[in-house]
Design a protein around this ligand. Structure first.
Ligand code: HDC
Length: 309
């Protein structure tokens, strides 16, 4: 098992154009008062700061790809049994902004360099694979973004691997939230979000969702995660992309397209690298917590009075 940790994947060339940024901002519900994420001629036009999260799915694609073929096509991780991509869900994600990305990758040679942090056997529950990716400009070696991902292979545990370290939890303070952001997803939200490059049929074909025990096609965990990122930035960072330095959360329960998402957030007063800590939690209205362990780092936190649908 020692061989799995540190295993490096072949680097993946990635690219994007302004149009991809527009699709992304639309797919996470950006509104006309966030025009700088939606209109390429806006004087402050910029990528929504979590956009790089999509690049491990998109690569350099302009066309739809076969998700399963791509997910099973990569190299095997040493010491770990082959996992069935049809029964893998996203577990958690952390994105750290090191340098904001340009509005298009044209003129640079970006790639994602990925390595395994650990693969953990959770017994009957499944297997957790933790991978770190860095978005790097190959020609200069500059790192733009660091992403830590955990995927959860449901029911595919019990192969004798290590259980893994105890995770760090970021529970919200026990007081009223400092801001609340509500977003009504549509029945077609996942069909729109997949155009970013995550073509997992789990988000389109209801029969695949029901085989995994869900009520139908579920929303991409990262769509919920990015909606929450937009909410935190909107409510506490005046929708100024450069203020978001880090964003992370655990996918605690699935979301169905059409659900209303309620993100509660707390400014804790803690500081890290000159940014302020925000903890957050997202629920489906009146129901389950769907994003737990939410934590963001923002510079110049300022509260907005009201949430916007
Ligand atoms: C190669 C192809 C890559 C594909 C990438 C995916 C692409 C996307 O398109 C797919 C998606 O977007 S899927 C949608 C988003 N994800 C979800 O909806 C998952 C929601 N969560 C769940 O269903 C359960 O929490 C569940 C099932 C995750 C866990 O529930 P339980 O089995 O009840 O687990 P539990 O008993 O609570 O815990 C067991 C151990 O696992 C750890 N753990 C739990 N949830 C985790 C999570 N979300 N991420 C990472 N680790 C997690 C627990 O800490 C526990 O470990 P330990 O015993 O060591 O404490």
């Amino acid at each position: 098992m020692a061989e799995a940790a540190g295993f490096e994947f072949p680097s993946i060339p990635v690219s994007w154009v302004k149009r991809d940024l527009l699709v992304f901002a639309n797919s996470i519900g950006a509104t006309k008062d966030e025009l700088h994420f939606l209109y390429e001629l806006h004087p402050s036009f910029t990528a929504f700061p979590t956009y790089p999260i999509i690049l491990s799915f998109k690569h350099t694609d302009q066309e739809v790809v076969d998700f399963y073929a791509r997910s099973s096509g990569g190299p095997s991780i040493p010491g770990v049994p082959k996992l069935d991509p049809r029964r893998i869900v996203d577990g958690q994600r952390q994105l750290t902004v090191i340098k904001p990305i340009p509005a298009t990758s044209a003129g640079k040679t970006f790639e994602l360099r990925g390595k395994v942090i650990g693969v953990y056997d959770k017994g009957r529950s499944g297997t957790v694979t933790e991978i770190q990716h860095e978005l790097i400009d190959k020609s200069t070696g500059e790192v733009y973004t660091r992403i830590l991902s955990s995927s959860f292979a449901v029911g595919q545990g019990g192969w004798g691997g290590p259980k893994g370290p105890k995770g760090v939890n970021y529970p919200p303070p026990e007081r009223k939230p400092d801001a609340i952001f509500t977003y009504q997803t549509t029945e077609e939200q996942a069909l729109l979000y997949r155009i970013n490059g995550d073509y997992n049929p789990l988000h389109a074909d209801p029969t695949i969702g029901t085989k995994m025990g869900f009520p139908g096609a579920i929303l991409h965990g990262l769509c919920t995660w990015n909606v929450a990122a937009r909410g935190v930035l909107r409510m506490l960072g005046n929708s100024e992309g450069e203020r978001l330095k880090s964003f992370q959360a655990r996918f605690a329960a699935p979301v169905m397209p059409g659900d209303k998402l309620v993100t509660e957030m707390w400014v804790t007063g803690a500081k890290e690298d000159g940014a302020e800590e925000v903890r957050f939690m997202t629920r489906v209205e009146g129901g389950k917590v769907v994003l737990s362990n939410g934590r963001a780092l923002l510079t110049k936190v300022e509260k907005k009075a009201e949430s916007k649908l």
